[in-house]
Design a protein around this ligand. Structure first.
Ligand code: TRP
Length: 440
């Protein structure tokens, strides 16, 4: 089974070396793994919450897109798009907003931090807090749930947002009695490099200690390296490699044998000037070819636009059928057309009865589940290439006598000798649910 992995990048800044080693490089590598269906998007709606400088938002979208592509992201393989090109995002965001408890949002760390600061300053607790900031987690939930992502790789600061996304998904599924949304799981990258900046603290724009990735070319990269703080040991004096940020930076890019050689050189008295030269050379080996692609892309923004548009239409092919279901579920239906919900007599009747729920699997095949009256999953059908076959089978399960065979802790549903569905619940419950459908 393929795992759908999705993550968003807020478009407010220019990626630096720390972003590359800590986020971009591991994400691109992970997207190349077999069995991974990766979704990466530019979270430019989120950018508006943090930044009201249009030029900066526009520039950052371009730079971040070019950086990810230059870093090897393959837009054929992954779905790479801009959040603002997916109108379904804001539509879903509203539906989710309507089921999200305000109290849940009150507990969001980012919002609470603003309130705490305001209280410390003695001003109104909500001073400077926009509805965008307050509802930030709902928009993020919409990003994730719209594509039924299984795993969401993020930094630790985002863990609470993932919990909220699960909470919101569960609430919607429960309220509207269906399996509309997968409950996403957070994925914390444990062993990715956190690079030290020029002063040895974590490399971060807010510390003003970053090493540029592509901006300013090789000159800016070398210039920044020359400003890395070292101790005052002279050439010839042995250096403590493990205490040096230079060494940490080198290690984040070099192979083990290169790292061992660099360590030996430092320990046997290499001067800091030479060490900086060696670090610059090693970084350039990785970065120069990517920088070339980056510069080419930056000179041809139309090409990036085309790639992002293609990504958006790929993404919308998935988003639009889901939104059809969601609209129908909440009651926004074409007038006069019978809908799944209406046929079942609306939400109340649907809530009382066992029911089949059909869905489209990641591989494009058609399947369905049998859910008990309380929403518990009883059966999962085999895959069908054709939705009609799946529909027909649903009817037969309802109308014909089926055999339930217990095997390896699973219940197999057998029709004319073939396993057509599998369940995890007891045979008795499944039988009961099927019978209740027959009486309808
Ligand atoms: N909030 C995330 C961050 O600041 C960015 C983001 C927006 C995101 N939507 C997302 C991450 C959806 C993962 C999934 O890092």
């Amino acid at each position: 089974m393929t795992i759908r992995v999705l993550t968003g990048i807020t478009t407010t800044g220019t990626p630096h070396l720390g972003n590359y080693a800590g986020a971009i490089r591991p994400a691109v590598r992970a997207s190349e793994q077999p069995g991974v269906d990766a979704f990466f998007f530019l979270a430019d709606y989120h950018a508006l919450i943090k930044c009201d400088d249009p030029a900066r938002v526009a520039r950052s979208r371009l730079e971040i897109a070019a950086t990810w592509l230059a870093a090897g992201l393959d837009p054929q393989r992954v779905t790479f798009y801009r959040q603002s090109d997916i109108p379904e995002t804001t539509e879903l965001c509203w539906f989710l907003t309507c089921v999200t408890a305000k109290g849940l949002m009150n507990r969001a760390h980012a919002y609470k931090a603003s309130v705490d600061q305001n209280e410390a300053k003695g001003v109104d607790p909500d001073d400077g807090v926009t509805m965008g900031l307050f509802s930030y987690p709902v928009l993020m939930a919409a990003d994730i749930l719209l594509f039924n992502a299984h795993k969401v790789p993020v930094g630790r600061d985002q863990v609470q947002h993932l919990e909220m996304a699960r909470d919101i998904a569960q609430r919607f599924n429960h309220l509207y009695q269906g399996d509309f949304f997968v409950l996403p799981e957070v994925q914390i990258e444990e062993d990715v490099a956190t690079l030290p900046g020029l002063d040895g603290r974590k490399m971060s724009k807010s510390y003003n200690n970053t090493i540029p990735l592509f901006e300013g070319g090789a000159k800016a990269l070398r210039g920044a390296i020359s400003r890395i703080v070292t101790d005052s040991l002279q050439p010839g004096q042995p250096k403590d490699a493990d205490a040096s940020h230079l060494f940490t930076l080198y290690r984040a890019f070099a192979q083990p044998d290169e790292v061992a050689a660099f360590r030996r050189d430092l320990e046997s008295g290499m001067g800091w000037g030479d060490a900086k030269q060696a670090l610059g050379d090693r970084l350039e080996r990785d970065i120069a070819p990517m920088r070339e692609t980056y510069n080419e892309l930056m000179a041809n923004p139309g090409r990036i636009e085309d790639i992002l548009q293609a990504g958006a239409s790929k993404a919308r092919k998935l988003a639009s059928p889901l939104m059809e279901r969601v609209r129908d579920a909440v009651g926004l239906r074409t007038l006069g057309a019978a809908s799944a919900g209406a046929k079942a007599g609306g939400k109340k009747a649907a809530a009382k009865a066992a029911r089949f729920v059909s869905f489209r699997d990641e591989d494009g095949s058609f399947r369905f589940r049998l859910l008990a009256a309380d929403g518990q999953e009883l059966l999962l059908s085999e895959s069908h290439a054709n939705p009609k076959d799946a529909g027909q089978l649903m009817r037969r399960l309802q109308d014909e006598d089926v055999e339930l065979r217990e095997q390896d802790g699973q219940v197999h549903v057998i029709l004319q000798g073939a396993v057509v569905a599998r369940g995890v619940s007891e045979a008795g419950r499944i039988r009961q649910a099927l019978e209740s459908l027959r009486q309808e």
